[in-house]
Design a protein around this ligand. Structure first.
Ligand code: ATP
Length: 341
């Protein structure tokens, strides 16, 4: 009997609740300091206690997971805490395509996949001397927006970069990727692609609440100038959103192009959940500044289903549960190899 495992952070609760609802044994790889929190939830069957998530690569964890015939559901914490080679070295089967996670972590590979998907993307800049308009400086990998900042010219950039270096948040230019700031209404489009049925499902959409950029609007302009702070984009939570129905056609078209591009560039493609992240402009055109090639935390909003998953399923269907359903379907068709790497 297969079991479903994940790391104790990010969207672990939703993932394991969904797995339990689908009848799987659930396993949490849990940092000892967080055991008390997770013990509150009855749907977690077994704990693999660790000091650091990196232990998931080690033999002790691998053995426990193997005994349980476990599949690991990867999420943002895995990517934030391990580099691509470490993730690729994990011996336990990983749901989806673990090779594409390298494309998510590396800004240049990421851009290549987005271009191949024919997504409209903001221009990246080769260096601070090219900053002409509003520009965002972002760290590599899934830093969750921490230490990101805006700059309007090179001088402004240097001042802010140096402060972050002094604060020990970044080492220097090598940690930063510069991109034109895309103006508009932010939207994080959540998808699930089933390799088994060949269907793309649009699952939901959210917005992020990021500190302290989203708090700034509460401060009048004069005080904003006086406090001289460097607002960061650190995600604190997510809020729900529904789109104008007329935007949905394009939502599906973008998702399908992404799935096709992933199949061309990084076998076996994009089985499972992913997210296109960007902004809508005044004409309803989407500019994507980012993708996540795995479940995103914004799906935590929809533990009982979203306004979109409710149109596809006559039962509460979270992204976590949808993943477990795919594992179940794959098992019944003897096709597990199609959905894990
Ligand atoms: P995650 O892996 O959690 O998605 P990340 O560290 O890869 O995060 P991004 O999603 O690229 O970071 O950026 C974090 C935030 O910065 C976004 O949610 C958005 O608010 C803002 N942002 C990033 N790039 C742009 C851009 N080009 N234009 C406007 N805002 C942007």
């Amino acid at each position: 009997m297969t079991s479903i495992a994940t790391l104790g952070s990010h969207c672990a609760l939703q993932v394991l609740k969904g797995a339990k609802d689908e009848g799987f044994k659930t396993i949490l790889v849990c940092e000892k300091r967080r055991e008390r929190l997770y013990k509150r939830f009855q749907f977690i069957d077994e704990y693999v206690l660790v000091d650091s998530f990196k232990e998931v690569m080690e033999q002790r964890c691998a053995n426990i997971l193997k005994e349980n015939n476990a599949i690991i559901i990867p999420h943002g914490t895995l990517i934030a805490q391990m580099d691509s080679s470490e993730i690729e070295s994990i011996k336990t089967p990983i749901f989806g395509n673990k090779w594409i996670l390298r494309w998510e972590s590396d800004r240049n590979m990421k851009e290549k996949l987005m271009v191949e998907s024919k997504l409209k993307i903001p221009q990246s800049l080769p260096g601070p001397e090219h900053i002409k308009g509003l520009t965002i400086a972002k760290r590599h990998g899934a830093a969750g927006g921490k230490g990101y900042f805006l700059a309007t010219n090179q001088e402004d950039y240097i001042k802010k970069r140096d402060k972050l270096v002094r604060d020990g948040i970044i080492r220097g230019d090598q940690d930063l990727y510069l991109q034109e700031y895309a103006l508009g209404v932010s939207a994080y489009l959540q998808y699930f692609y089933s390799e088994l049925s060949g269907e793309l499902e649009f699952f939901g959409v959210d917005r992020r609440y990021e500190s302290d950029i989203d708090g700034l609007g509460r401060i009048p302009a004069q005080e904003q100038i006086d406090v001289d702070l460097i607002p960061s984009f650190n995600v604190v939570g997510n809020s729900p959103l529904v789109l104008r129905e007329s935007l949905l056609e394009d939502v599906y078209a973008m998702g399908e192009r992404f799935v096709d591009a992933a199949k061309r560039l990084v076998a076996p493609g994009m089985p499972g959940p992913f997210c296109l992240e960007g902004v809508y402009d005044e004409n309803g055109k989407f500019t994507a500044f980012e993708f996540s090639a795995r479940i995103v935390a914004g799906t935590n909003l929809y533990v009982d289903g979203s306004p979109y998953s409710s149109l596809l399923y006559n039962e509460p269907m979270s992204m976590g549960r949808r993943i477990a359903r795919e594992v179940k379907n794959a098992e019944s068709k003897n096709s597990i190899s199609k959905i894990v790497t």
